[in-house]
Design a protein around this ligand. Sequence first.
Ligand code: HEC
Ligand code: HEC
Ligand code: HEC
Length: 133
Amino acid sequence: MMYDENKIIPMIIIFVALVTFPLWYNLGKAAPKPDPKIDTPVIQALQNKQCIEPKAAMKTTHMKILDEWRNDVVRGDYSRQMTTADGRVFEKSLQNGCMKCHSNKTKFCDQCHNYMEVKPFCWDCHIAPKETN
Ligand code: HEC
Ligand code: HEC
Ligand code: HEC
């Protein structure tokens, strides 16, 4: 008998596990599930902590809303305000609309975008909110 089969197999398994450790160790760590935070001063002060549309709709359509707002403002009817079905009025603006409430860009927008590897180019021109810490 050249080698002890009872030992070689477990040793190969341990060796493979050690060599590939950085790969599977990082699987869980590199991409923590996004956890968008809504604890901003403006949202805290809201009586009803709602977005302009219900949360589920915002999740999937916020980019379309922004696109429509931009089109209205820049080359549409030039209207700068919108009224929701329940009568709340918002400015059609990235900075003065969305980011007034979501002033924590890194802890909100970036949470999902980094996870999904989406990189909106908006901040090349639009000013991101100033954030502390
Ligand atoms: C009046 C303040 C306010 C404005 C303005 C606002 N939001 Fe929100 N947003 C909220 C609140 C509060 C929530 C959490 C709603 C909930 O939990 O039901 C939220 C939720 C969301 C969500 C879902 C987050 C999640 O965890 O799934 C997205 C995406 C979002 N907002 C994007 C935007 C964008 C983009 C704009 C501008 C087009 C915008 N919001 C404008 C207050 C606001
Ligand atoms: C709950 C997760 C989530 C949150 C919170 C969120 N987004 Fe997004 N956003 C996405 C996803 C997912 C996409 C990509 C959708 C697609 O590719 O169809 C996206 C795409 C976008 C796009 C289009 C980008 C492109 O290149 O096509 C814009 C603009 C955008 N988000 C703005 C915002 C802003 C501004 C905020 C913060 C106020 C925000 N999003 C918060 C998930 C989120
Ligand atoms: C090349 C520069 C540039 C880029 C990139 C850009 N914008 Fe704009 N955007 C502008 C300018 C200029 C205006 C007109 C400002 C005004 O009239 O108030 C504008 C207006 C807007 C408006 C309406 C006015 C306001 O205050 O926000 C929205 C909404 C908007 N852009 C969303 C976006 C989004 C979303 C992205 C990224 C997907 C984006 N923009 C990328 C330059 C840019």
